[in-house]
Design a protein around this ligand. Structure first.
Ligand code: FES
Length: 111
């Protein structure tokens, strides 16, 4: 892919020690499996060649409700994402610009 992406998907895979004051990170809540599920979708649908970008990343804030996924440029945050949700986010949000309502972060968190 060259140039700015159409959409950039960030998936939190932050790992922290169990006794960390902010609790365990998204890695312990399944973030790596979510990232892998997005990788599988990207490979299957050749999304890199179609202008999409996927990055595994560190903490984006609401750790206790992760795994956290953010889609830019619109800045939509999803919480509690499961691996099977990756396909839904790709099918509905990336392909048709329809954010997946049931996974959206509340405005108090990401308003
Ligand atoms: S550790 Fe994933 S949002 Fe904080």
């Amino acid at each position: 892919m060259h140039g700015k992406p159409k959409k950039h998907i960030l998936v939190c895979v932050q790992r922290r020690p169990q006794d960390h004051p902010r609790g365990c990170g998204c890695a312990d809540r399944g973030g790596a499996a979510v990232y892998q599920a997005f990788l599988d979708e990207f490979a299957k649908l050749e999304l890199w060649d179609k202008g999409f970008l996927l990055t595994d990343t560190g903490c984006m804030g609401p750790c206790d409700q992760g795994p956290t996924v953010v889609v830019w440029p619109e800045g939509v945050m999803y919480l509690g994402v499961k691996p099977e949700d990756a396909r839904v986010i790709v099918d509905e949000h990336l392909m048709f610009d329809q954010p997946v309502e049931r996974l959206l972060a509340p405005k108090e968190i990401w308003g």
